[in-house]
Design a protein around this ligand. Structure first.
Ligand code: ADP
Ligand code: MG
Length: 737
């Protein structure tokens, strides 16, 4: 990638943690990592190689050994980045390394111990201290979000429904780049508030994990801070700069054990490897600079870090190592990875006046509320002048001039009090007035009462407006106030000195590294030989040196080849497992799903590249749905179902009911008397039934006929059964009913 004026490379620092107690007790003595802090070099010893094999040396922007302090790392390698973010750049810090090498320790550390606080709490401190010390014409808005990527799903850690919430989607905006849709973002006014946000997220992360360690070493956590700063420019207008900071704690980079994993676990392993290997591919493609295509879209992680790798952000990578000999391979891989990342070039630029700055919206809303309040103030001023004019005793004098907020509020309150007193007095006067007739008195009192209610309503509205105004305004941090810090001068000086020292060390290291490179190049030029013997000696020495270098590079090539073969084998293994799974699914589909069903499903499926998933097409196109539901077929206007012209005419003529398309039943009340038929027992010659049955024949044999279109009631009334009905009716009137 070509270097241009504004481009800068990704800063890569390496940190090695101390040997753990367990490692000390069971491994052979000593670690395999040595560090040269002055030169920024890591020297790695292969515990399995013969002593003659040269050690591997890597050079980085800075290295931190087991004795390094959190503060040192922050001041030297992170502070400049956070300063850039406060100036409107995008910044990213990510920790990369094997599980248990100190990624979380570096990023978060022990919160309660000031000595062991990691990058994130120190950054909180830094940001809010900077704001409190900046000039008072600057306004800030700080927001925080927290998410994790687990099994290629983005989850909001600040969502109260974290456990059940669906995965969030990534979207792309031409102005701001890739962002997470619907991600919770909390406005933070102090260190305490932003720490609270962090704790809420960490708890959600812990709750979401079935096995805390497993989960946290398999998920990537991203804490995002947006700092918006508005400052009057030379043109007199307020300009807004937006800095976005990504603090990333990646999943453990070790290879997942592949043997025997199936189903869910296989998917999970494949997906973790996907994100990390995609990250590796992106880094390789960028470092290489030759391949035009950078595979950002291969995973969620690389899409989210697109700006940070080869984009417009400033980036710091902290590669963490363990010193134990048993993890030699992993340590070497991490170092190689980090070494490659050094070559990535970014083009950082300040985000000036972006369209989506929230601060601008806040400022507008505050201005609107202020205008509303001022309008109210003006109204109350007008009214209070009127009150003074007609006041009973004109002793209340009030001057409303000041523009300050408290004044606005106070004046409002005063006016309300005054008005209330006036109404009370007027009410008293009405009550005491002997000339008024009681009706009139009541009416006037009612009117005053209504005025009181109105007054109270207005007062409430003003209070609400004021509260809203204050709440909005309190979210904006103004330089030079808001935060307690109020410059402990000594502490400030101390910090500045510390920064200077860090800067000095950094520069020294850079110079040393340059000197080393130049030394090798110019050695040849400076040498003049007095005798042949001397020349032979010098050249032999040089030859030996070059030979050693050649050997080291040969070993390196072999290592790289080995690693390549290993990763290819792993990929092949994963591929085999996935193929097996695919065959299994095919078997089920071919044997248990009818072909036509399969085709129907296949025709409905479409691939969504945004979400990297197959989706079902909806059966009814979304836009035509509503119009379809609203419109009735033309043939059925006014009716529930189609009806012919002939039938319509027939209905109008009162013709046969078969032409009725609707309301087939007659629902008018049936006015005919109940009609029952009874069996003549004596005629039948059957044995007599029990008296109780006999006495209520209608229960068994009687039929009540309702009037309907197919039976004319007249024919029923003329039936002879009517006679017996009368007899039965007199016997058991209740039963007949
Ligand atoms: P990771 O997040 O990479 O899986 P952790 O940050 O959880 O690893 O670290 C594992 C353990 O090592 C923790 O107990 C942590 O306190 C310890 N540790 C890591 N780095 C350091 C360090 N630089 N100094 C002291 N202890 C460390
Ligand atoms: Mg961790």
């Amino acid at each position: 990638m070509s270097k241009n004026k504004s481009s800068e490379s990704v800063k890569v620092v390496v940190r090695c943690r101390p040997l753990s107690r367990k490692e000390e007790s069971n491994g052979p003595a000593g670690g395999i990592v040595q560090m040269d802090l002055r030169l920024g070099q890591v020297i790695l010893r292969n515990p399995r190689a013969p002593p003659s094999e040269p050690q591997k040396t890597f050079t980085f922007d800075a290295v931190y050994d087991a004795n390094s302090k959190q503060r040192e790392l922050y001041d030297e390698s992170v502070r400049p980045l956070i300063d850039s973010v406060l100036g409107g750049f995008n910044g990213t810090i990510f920790a990369y390394g094997q599980t248990g090498t100190g990624k979380t320790y570096t990023m978060q550390g022990a919160w309660l111990d000031p000595e062991r606080r990691g990058v994130i709490p120190n950054a909180f401190d830094h940001i809010f201290t900077h704001i409190s010390r900046s000039q008072s014409d600057k306004q800030y808005l700080v927001r925080a979000s927290y998410l994790e990527i687990y099994r290629e799903e983005v989850r909001d850690l600040l969502d109260p429904n974290h456990g059940n919430a669906r995965a969030l989607e990534l979207r792309e905006n031409p102005d701001t780049g890739v962002y997470v849709q619907d991600l919770t973002s909390c406005v933070c006014k102090s260190i305490k508030e932003i720490e609270e946000v962090m704790n809420v997220g960490n708890q959600a992360r812990a709750v979401g994990a079935t096995d805390m360690n497993e989960h946290s070493s398999r998920s990537h956590a991203l804490f995002l801070i947006t700092v918006e700063c508005s400052q009057p420019g030379p043109d007199g207008r307020k300009h807004i700069r937006v800095g976005r900071l990504n603090l990333v704690d990646l999943a453990g980079s070790e290879r997942q054990a592949k043997t025997g994993v199936q189903g869910e676990r296989l998917k999970e392993a494949a997906k973790i490897n996907l994100s990390l290997s995609a990250l590796g591919n992106v880094i390789s493609a960028l470092a290489d600079g030759r391949s035009g295509h950078v595979p950002y879209r291969d995973s969620k992680l690389t899409r989210l870090l697109q700006d940070s790798l080869g984009g417009n952000a400033k980036t710091v990578m902290v590669a963490t190592l363990g010193p134990a000999p048993q993890h030699y391979d992993e340590t070497l891989t991490t170092l190689r990875y980090a070494n490659r990342a050094k070559n990535i070039q970014n083009q950082p630029r300040v985000n000036e006046d972006p369209k989506d700055a929230l601060l601008r919206e806040f400022q507008r809303e505050i201005a609107r509320l202020r205008a509303q309040l001022n309008h109210r103030k003006w109204r109350s001023k007008q009214k209070s002048e009127q009150v003074e004019d007609e006041s009973w005793d004109g002793d209340q004098e009030k001057e409303i001039e000041d523009e300050e907020d408290e004044e606005v509020e106070k004046e409002g309150e005063d006016y309300m009090k005054l008005e209330e007193q006036r109404l009370e007095r007027e009410k008293e006067a009405i009550r005491g007035d002997q000339d008024l007739i009681p009706d009139e008195k009541q009416k006037l009192l009612g009117e005053k009462e209504r005025m009181m209610v109105d007054l109270r309503k207005e007062q409430e509205a003003t209070e609400q407006l004021t509260a809203k105004y204050k709440a909005m305004e309190s979210k904006l941090l103004v330089g030079g106030k808001n935060i307690i810090d109020h410059t402990n001068e000594q502490q400030k000086m101390l910090e500045i000195k510390r920064q200077e020292i860090a800067e000095q060390t950094r520069k020294e290291r850079e110079i040393q590294q340059q000197v080393l490179i130049q030394d090798e190049e110019t050695l040849e030029l400076r040498e003049t030989f007095t005798s042949l013997q001397q020349e032979v000696e010098a050249k032999t020495k040089k030859l030996k040196k070059l030979y050693a270098k050649l050997q080291a590079i040969k070993v390196e090539i072999k290592d790289v080849n080995d690693e390549h073969v290993r990763s290819r084998q792993e990929l092949e293994q994963t591929q085999n497992e996935l193929t097996r799974e695919l065959k299994f699914k095919y078997l089920i589909i071919e044997n248990f799903i009818p072909p036509e069903e399969k085709n129907k499903i296949m025709n409905r499926l479409v691939f969504d590249p945004e979400e990297d998933q197959w989706k079902f097409q909806s059966l009814v196109p979304a836009e035509s749905k509503s119009s379809q539901m609203k419109k009735r077929p033309a043939s059925a206007v006014g009716y529930k179902r189609p009806i012919s012209q002939y039938a319509r005419v027939a209905i109008a003529m009162g013709g046969h009911s078969r032409y009725r398309a609707e309301n087939i039943m007659f629902l008018e009340l049936d006015m005919t008397p109940p009609n029952t038929a009874s069996v003549d027992c004596s005629k039948d010659g059957e044995p007599n039934q029990s008296p109780s049955v006999d006495s209520s024949p209608t229960k068994e044999k009687g039929v009540r006929k309702s009037q309907s279109w197919c039976h004319t009631p007249k024919s029923m009334t003329s039936s002879p059964s009517n006679v017996s009905l009368a007899a039965c009716h007199t016997a058991t009137p209740a039963a007949a009913q």
